[in-house]
Design a protein around this ligand. Sequence first.
Ligand code: HEM
Length: 225
Amino acid sequence: MAAKEERVLRFPASEKVFHNINAITWYILAITGILAFFKLVPKSTAETLMQIHIWVGVIFTVNFIAFVLIAPDRFYIMLKNLLEWDKDSFAWFKNLGGYPRKFGIPFGAKETAPQGKYNAGQKIAYLLFIFMIFGLIVTGWVLYFLKHALGKELFLLMFYFHVWGSIITTLLVTFVHLPLSLINIEDFKAMWRFGSGYMPFEAAEHHSPKWVERDLVQIEPMKKQ
Ligand code: HEM
């Protein structure tokens, strides 16, 4: 049995930096893009917003590439955790991880099948998010540098993917990912607090028992000199 103050490393620094720069730049890109696309501001303001959109797009792109190149091991482990599915992952859908019950809806069994680092819902969401980050980077720069080389159909396909894909993903992040991350407040603190990405052992064991059992190594506490 773990002592009360025992903690586990949920997010190493590289993942926190990548995620948090990604989240902040994402919202700047979404707001500047939406205001300009739907003509919610005067033309001259829209032009300035588009300049900001491009420069923040550079930071967004460099952040993703830097994460993959500087911490390829963490990127690999993240993808592995997201792509590995077993019968317990599928069993998560029988009660949607018990989340409906938190809102008073008695859906499925009370007990949730044990999950790994991410539950099945997170796996789907994060795979979609990573796909969208990659897709928006590619379509964004192709539309910026190569729009005259694209045929009309390809241009429209990329443009609508860029606009509507980003809007739909922003809605998912804002109304699903963000509130659920606040419900799992220990995850939230591990991701967003300045400094370490640790979380209490109990929280990890409750949400991610298979991760704790399979992937974590217990380190003896350092003795005080
Ligand atoms: C301010 C907005 C956001 C908040 C508060 C937030 C919060 C969080 C938290 C707390 C986690 C950890 C959940 C866990 O334990 O697995 C997480 C993971 C993740 N989030 Fe966000 N997030 C935000 C925006 C975004 C955006 C815009 C994206 C991309 C579209 C995104 C993609 C991801 C991904 C891929 C992970 C898994 C990362 C990893 O495990 O290293 N998030 N987020």
